[in-house]
Design a protein. Structure first.
Length: 674
């Protein structure tokens, strides 16, 4: 009893001492991240993040490095501890822990991988060698798809865009070796250089697979011509941003009319879809061209293409020469990476991919406190109220459309941290025989799982991301926003942090995802997730006029040399960034009393904008700038700071931005959307 009284006395003494001192600072802005030699009115990116950029140069293994990457690296170490702890201990055969251990350990056994050579993919090569005719070609194409190798086309299952309660199959363009059709179609000097490098990469892979120099050059030419033709018939990324353009519902009879050269009934059966019912074709012109190509391209050329598809898809899990050659093109040439990531990181990534929710369950148990979920849900609720108020006050939108928008906002489902039920991995076979074989079996497991959902009701409890992923998403077909556990950590989220910082960081992320429900794509889906117009014609016209302001602003940014940003491709993300900022700012001011003292000389508004800028602190290589500008719907980090903030009058006021300053935009030129 005496000891207890002594403890209470000490606590009270400490409490009374703290009353006579300055209160402890809440977790706020790290001043070391800043570079005050820049003016916030001239370059808010470097003012906010200049110190951070100096402290965190790009590691050789990366093509860019930003705040998200720093948090992802921290999460990577957390997962490493989980995996290595399991992999270094004896596990019960057939258990989840045993599968994690065996998958990881086979990936780290480089001696066996070198000894095995191409043995893990030899059965696939044998299948390809045995092809005699076009029917055989399509049979092997289907078999490769079941193992996560995707020649000719892309197949997946998802909610029907116009009947979001049911899962259907989607048949889309695909079959390329480079990331997108524009890599083949553009003829500027940068693109030509990449095309030549890709042809050399093809040659080198074929040599490693046993071809002589002459045959490898011939095979490279055959593959490139085939892929070029597939690319030419593909839709651009911009065209695919319109969900109506990529929604063509049909049955087998309809597909036969488009592409009679392919027996699609047999193809779907070989894919495991004996009764596909109605399905969605994304790009009918592509499918029609694919049928013509099957007729016109020789069986021998298709065999070479299929062999390449196997090698491309498995190179990272084969002997070191294949790994290095794959990295040389996809890492160095396309992204500018200087060095490979350490092997443990690459093997961990594939282990994580194969058993993501199994590892996610362990991750949550060890690293995700319950109070984080509770605090996050409070923030989400505050943001939802603020977005609703902002919608109600929109001067440009009619009451009719506002009512529908508010209905949709109220219907948004929120998922935080981790799923309520975990995926069952009991039927996934993992062995100690081969790393590459384990990867292929895991892909087959995922493919079968994907196919099993077709023509069944949507499981609305399912997550599209694992808890250990540093990211968040909005799913228009589910009308849901999802925040995995790993993003709910400093510097984006502090359970006990400064409100201004929390709202400027994770608050904006929440607002960003909510606003995706109302961006140029999300706004075409109704409250239950169906592709269904709920706008008046006049409001739709006004919305497009307002979003065009944002398109023009971002298209005016020079990202490198003479290369401009693509304001059309990045429109959805830019709308979400600006909307997220506006909504988070309103929500912050609901919790402020108006009597807050500055922290480190910065007002709450200033800390809010500094926290936002820190989300997108980033160093990036030139090649990665080019690559992302071509294919990424997100703006580069620097322009995610400069672009939205120039449209916010509250930012102008907080940092005394005046006409003539770079960060200044005339009120008439600002984008006001959500």
């Amino acid at each position: 009893m005496g000891n207890l009284n002594r403890f209470v006395l000490i606590s009270l003494l400490m409490g009374s001492l703290s009353c006579r001192q300055e209160p402890p600072k809440l977790k706020a802005i790290d001043l070391a991240d800043m570079d005050k030699s820049y003016s916030p009115a001239t370059d808010f990116d470097n003012y906010s993040n200049g110190g951070w950029k100096k402290r965190f140069p790009i590691p050789d293994e990366k093509s860019r490095f930003g705040s998200f990457d720093l948090l992802a690296d921290s999460g990577e170490v957390q997962v490493q501890k989980l995996i290595t702890g399991i992999a270094s201990s004896k596990q019960t055969a057939g258990s989840i822990a045993s599968k994690i251990a065996d998958f990881y350990n086979t990936g780290m056994d480089t001696a066996k991988i070198e000894t095995d050579g191409l043995a893990p993919v030899q059965p696939l090569f044998n299948e390809i060698s045995a092809i005699q005719n076009k029917d055989d070609v399509m049979k092997v194409v289907a078999d490769l798809h079941t193992q996560g190798i995707r020649p000719m086309y892309s197949l997946f299952s998802d909610a029907d865009q116009k009947n979001s309660e049911m899962v259907v199959a989607y048949l889309y363009q695909g079959g390329l070796g480079m990331p997108d059709r524009d890599y083949y179609m553009k003829d500027d000097e940068r693109s030509k250089s990449i095309q030549e490098a890709y042809k050399i990469h093809l040659q080198k892979i074929f040599v490693l697979a046993g071809d002589n120099e002459a045959n490898s050059k011939l095979n490279s030419s055959i593959v490139y011509k085939l892929e070029y033709r597939l690319a030419k018939s593909s839709m651009t990324l911009l065209e695919q941003r319109d969900p109506h353009k990529i929604y063509h519902k049909m049955n087998l009879e309809g597909l036969r009319k488009i592409s009679p050269e392919i027996d699609w009934s047999v193809q779907f059966q070989n894919l495991g879809l004996k009764n596909p019912g109605d399905f969605i074709v994304g790009q009918p012109d592509f499918v029609a061209e694919l049928g013509k190509m099957l007729n016109e391209v020789s069986v021998d050329d298709w065999k070479i293409y299929l062999k390449w598809q196997v090698l491309r898809s498995t190179a990272s899990y084969l002997p070191l020469a294949f790994v290095n050659q794959s990295f040389d093109f996809f890492g160095k040439t396309l992204s500018g990476q200087m060095a490979q990531r350490p092997r443990w990181k690459r093997v961990q990534e594939s282990t994580n991919g194969a058993l993501s929710e199994a590892l996610g369950q362990l991750y949550v148990q060890k690293y995700f406190p319950a109070e984080s979920k509770k605090r996050m849900i409070e923030l989400v609720n505050n943001l939802r109220v603020s977005l609703g108020e902002r919608i109600q006050k929109l001067a440009w939108m009619s009451n009719e459309t506002k009512a529908k928008a508010l209905d949709k906002l109220a219907a948004i489902t929120v998922k935080v941290g981790y799923p309520d039920k975990w995926r069952d991995y009991s039927s996934l076979e993992v062995s100690t025989d081969s790393y590459c074989a384990n990867v292929l079996r895991a892909r087959q497991f995922d493919f079968n799982y994907m196919i099993s959902k077709v023509n069944k009701p949507v499981d609305r409890t399912e997550w599209m991301m694992a808890p250990q992923e540093v990211n968040a998403y909005y799913n228009p077909s589910m009308n849901e926003i999802v925040f995995p556990a790993a993003i709910l950590q400093p510097p984006f989220f502090y359970v006990d942090g400064d409100d201004a910082v929390n709202y400027g960081a994770i608050g904006v992320v929440i607002g960003h995802e909510m606003t995706h429900g109302f961006d140029d794509q999300g706004c075409q889906y109704d409250k239950v997730g169906n592709l269904n117009n709920w706008w008046t014609d006049e409001d739709s016209k006004l919305f497009k006029e307002r979003t065009s302001v944002l398109v023009n602003q971002f298209s005016g940014f020079t990202v490198l040399d003479t290369l401009k940003a693509n304001g059309e491709l990045s429109l959805g993300e830019n709308i979400a960034d600006l909307g997220g900022l506006n909504v988070a700012y309103i929500a912050l001011h609901k919790v402020l009393t108006g009597n807050e003292n500055p922290i480190d000389g910065f007002t709450p508004d200033q800390r809010f904008f500094l926290a936002y800028a820190h989300l997108w602190a980033q160093n990036i290589r030139d090649k990665e700038i080019v690559r992302r500008t071509k294919e990424d719907p997100h703006s580069l980090g620097r322009f995610r700071i400069l672009g939205p903030l120039r449209n916010m009058p509250e930012f102008h006021k907080a940092f005394d931005v005046k006409e003539g300053d770079y960060m200044y935009l005339k009120e008439a030129d600002r984008a006001v959307i959500w």
